[in-house]
Design a protein around this ligand. Structure first.
Ligand code: CA
Length: 227
């Protein structure tokens, strides 16, 4: 039985989600502020954590950062609508997914199943031997490394996944929905501006720094890496 921790200060919402999860056969514990949540997350053995962003005592992003120093428990962030930067910060800080409030419980349950399945798959990951190179930019999938002319570039997980997918499908124009689905593992209709934010980060770290034009914007469609 999977054990889920809910860290959410809206007690009514936390109780509602708890009831639904218990009904689905999950074991559930709750915390109503960031500090209590972090204590439980660090000491308990949870398969997944649902983490609100706006929390008293310690906000959700800080809880996530401190948790990630110690543990890789899958985390789904609960964020406010339109808070794009919260979503990006959460994903950068190591969240596995996020869901926008208010959400339909069926959608949350689907996200939970995906996150649990992914973490089970990741624990059985094997080497792929995949190394790709375009215009001096080299990406080693197994070592999770990107170098430009031999010099290492620090990318976050999502930036790395986005670059990997673009390099793998070079010379193909990929639309934002497809990229979002690949990078976040879910269909995020209408939230694809997150991809633009990631592309901007990659361009700052690679294109601007090394004077390369790596990722091409295809107006009205999406992005591509051309050889
Ligand atoms: Ca809150």
């Amino acid at each position: 039985m999977s054990k889920i921790l809910i860290i959410e200060d809206e007690e009514k919402l936390a109780r509602f989600v708890e009831l639904e999860l218990v009904h689905e056969g999950y074991e559930v514990e709750k915390a109503f502020d960031g500090r209590a949540g972090l204590d439980l997350a660090l000491t308990g053995a949870y398969d997944l954590i649902l983490l609100d962003v706006m929390l008293p005592k310690l906000n959700g992003l800080e809880v996530l950062r401190r948790l990630r120093n110690e543990k890789n428990t899958p985390v789904i962030m609960l964020t406010a609508r339109d808070a794009v930067m919260d979503k990006v910060s959460g994903l950068d800080a190591g969240a596995d997914d996020y869901i926008t409030k208010p959400f339909a419980i069926e959608e949350l349950l689907a996200r939970i199943r995906v996150a649990l399945k992914k973490s089970a798959a990741a624990s059985g990951a094997v080497a792929s031997g995949e190394v790709m190179e375009v215009r001096g930019v080299k990406l080693d999938a197994d070592r999770h490394e990107v170098t430009v002319n031999g010099e290492p570039v620090e990318l976050t997980n999502r930036e790395f996944e986005l670059l990997k997918f673009l390099m793998k499908n070079r010379n193909i124009v990929l639309d934002r929905d497809k990229l979002m689905n690949e990078v976040c593992g879910y269909d995020y209709a209408g939230e694809t501006n997150i991809i633009d934010v990631y592309v901007r980060y990659i361009r700052t770290k690679i294109d601007d720094k090394y004077g390369i034009k790596l990722i091409t914007t295809v107006r009205g469609v999406g992005y591509s890496i051309k050889e």
